[in-house]
Write a protein that binds this ligand. Sequence first.
Ligand code: SAH
Length: 235
Amino acid sequence: MKNVSRKFFLRYLAGVIMRTFDDSYRHKGLRRQLTETVRQKGITDERVLEAIGQIPRHFFMDSAFDKIAYEDRAFPIGEEQTISQPYTVAYQTQLLEVKPFEKVLEIGTGSAYQACVLAEMGAQVYTIERQKKLFEKNKLFTYLRKYPSLKFFYGDGFEGLPTYGPFDKVIVTAAAPFIPPKLIQQLKPGGRMVIPLGEGNVQRMLRLTRQPDGGATQEVFDNFSFVPMLEGRNG
Ligand code: SAH
């Protein structure tokens, strides 16, 4: 029995490793097209477009989605969660205006695709996921080792990461029912948070900038649709 499970584990591991290196010319071509689609929808930051063009999105989802991984859509990743639409990832990343070496806190790791886009742009990324299974899955995802500046946490995003802050930027990738006060507190003065706000099917994208007195100013952008930000850990 022990040998059998070891055999299956090794086979599984081999599969993971093979898929990690399976980034074909076809995938690269589809990725170039996706980058152009995102550009045509209004994304202008070349560094964001470059990161989208670099990262093999098909690694971040089940192999059943291989042929459609480069469509500009959200896809299921298990546990009723989704990998965000590339345009949405690009939109939030552009609003965040990340610079190399900045400390960025992400709420909602999910597939880790958004986290990799930030790491590819040179940020030091701290990302939190509340679903234990998704958190554990990323431990076996060998591609992520490409980014040593990426740190994964299992926890409740409403709490942030007080011991690792303050952060230059915070990005929330789930629909927030309200602006979590602890996340504002963990921003540096002048630091920014990009957050989709609202319950139900539609959220409004906001960008908050922390003021030296501890308050925050707010800018309002387009509507998007995210899975809900839920309180507490699950698992
Ligand atoms: N950034 C992800 C998008 C994932 S969808 C990507 O690139 O794929 C949103 C994720 O937020 C889900 O995985 C969900 O489990 C997680 N989430 C929801 N509420 C949360 C919370 N309070 N703290 C941490 N993660 C949360």
